[in-house]
Design a protein around this ligand. Sequence first.
Ligand code: SF4
Length: 754
Amino acid sequence: MIQKSTDGISRARTDHHGPTTSRNRGVVVRSGVEPRLRDGTVRRRDDGETPMTEWTPTTCMRCAVGCGHLQQGYANHYGLDTVRGDANHPVNRGLACQRGIDETADPDGEWLTRPLIREDGKLVATNWETAIGTVVSRMEDALAETRDGVAVLGSGQQTNEAAYALGKLARGGFGTRYYDANTTLCMASAVTAYYQAFGSDAPPPTYEDIPEARTHVIWGANPAVAHPVMYRWIADSAADDGELIVVDPVESETVDDADHHVQLDPGTDLAFARAVLTQVVDDGGVDREFVAEATEGFEATVASLPAVEDAAETAGVPVETVERVADAFADPTLLYWGMGVNQSVQGTATARALIDLCLATGNLSPGSGPFSLTGQANSMGTRVCSSKGTWPGQREFTDPDHRETVAEAWNVPVDRLPDDPGPGPVGIVDAIADGPPEVCWTVATNPVAGMPDGDRVREALDETFLVAQDAFRTETVELADVVLPAATWGESEGTATNMERRVSRVRAATETSPKIKQDLDAIVAIGAEIDPDAFPEPEVSPRAAFDELRELTAGTAADLSGISYDRLDAELAVRWPAPASDEEGGYRYVDDDGWEFATSSGRARFSTGVHGGLAEPTDDDYPLTLTTGRRADAYNTGVRSRGDGTDAPPLARIHPETTLEYIEAFDRGKTVVASRRGSATVAVNPDDGVPKGILWLPIHHPAVNVLTLPAVDPESDEPNFKQCAVDVRAPRPSNPLVHEGHQATDGEPAATDD
Ligand code: SF4
């Protein structure tokens, strides 16, 4: 029996595991289900005698809160039986959310159970030797033409060890520019902003600062459903004599709890942030002492600020709202933000404007500061170790000394390392379509559903030799030429790093079939064939991979060298930077001697970004604005949570007056939403929580990204998922091209009259 509360946090049950006490309050136990096991069968645990493994302490791999789990598997079968929060884990102390538990113990989705290879247009079963042999052969042919012949798309779903090995192989073994991860689809703007402002990635605060803050500003995020355990701490702190302000164009579960909801127009976050800063300056709210002591560039920022009235009008909010938010920064403020800020052509500039607000008001010490909300469980780890935009340990990509160090550690020639980190995922898809990559390898990611302009992504990947490594059948797997079945949550060994920089062990609580490989094993098996100098052994243990990684980070801003597996066994989770085995990172950049940032001057930098308009404004042909957001159950392109609803159309939230205005486009509760890139049939949910003229669709439904815009932030390469222009048109049920969810087009909007 699971007791589910209205806030999504599950509390202790009181039967098998004793009464609820202060120690186990918030623990959830997952049991009494009939899990579908990795071999496709359903294991009925109704005899009461099925032997179980010992409880295994591990880390939830669903989101970047990084809760510790205890997991129990079957002793005589593959699969997890029970998952619960770990009361000893320093991150969550036993709390866990229902979705993290459910998607771990009993995920939706079709398991991959053996390697597959395409023959006569169909995916058929093969063995690992044939699969790896085919992959290596095609990669070697492509690399013989050019080092950029192989493109690699990784993921924040991988362990640190797998992400490190994949980056080492992509950059050092292949030497390709065309390597990135789906983390660029959600966090890249925040990452770029942190580097520009502080000289180093990752939020300065930690979870320990949440109870200390008085004002909590959540901007472009819905942590009530995306990060339930962390949100509990925020909501508790706000309720305890604090204040919760939510900035979001649409109402959400988080907005429901807010003391004040700033309902700005989509794509105007930068204008509103600048209006607030102008108001802070006008009100005399600047912390002059902090600005003088610890920052640079403030005068240029002030000179670039708009008039409050003008910027408020751009954002579609009254001046009084600007004044209210500016006032709130006078108290210790934590400013959290998410995809609503990052997924914009001005994502980096907007994230920097939020950091500017913290700098100007002196909100950069314990109990305050900028705190981006990382999505995927190990997105932070990928940022530190995968050689995606920097070398391991945040070593600068173009720095000759760092390149020399990395090449030496990997035993590869330094001139094999690519000169630049590449064009980001959208640019990689362009390169796959136009060359030079001839092979694309996806690892724990589903770009066909997760990237903007989905039809173009599908076409590009369909044309290339595609290797898909995953645990489940996805839209990307369906296009693959070779499928490598990978271990997943509860089956993998390694570590993950949560959004507050804590590294925590990931352990297998169940064995897997020999037909399944851990990500790390598959990567090393390919690496040993492609480049035996860099990968001299056909197998590398997770411990050895982590030791190699942490050695390479020694002395860097993201120093992991003091975090060993033995230490993690004892302490469960340790924050970086940890340069010694008895040291752990805390609030960054400040100590008893004052502030010291990782920039060349040691000072934090202000910015001068100015609102630049929408990436795709509405017009007569596309008069509505589409924005996208998270449904409570959707993560990781929804592969583990779609249930039987994969073919059901996504539910569009539209203001009732807008549905009336376009009434001819609606037929029996459905309409076709068309953008310049494609169209999708959606079910309509009239909802006055969405402003007039705006249409809201859930991310992760495979139909939605057919519509979205592939324009990217030029600084971060992050796509502008959050806003594009669309029209609504009447569905034609008799048209065989129209099916629930997605309607293919040839580049033109879906015609409703052909
Ligand atoms: S909040 Fe995130 S990390 Fe914690 S249990 Fe839920 S999904 Fe897992």
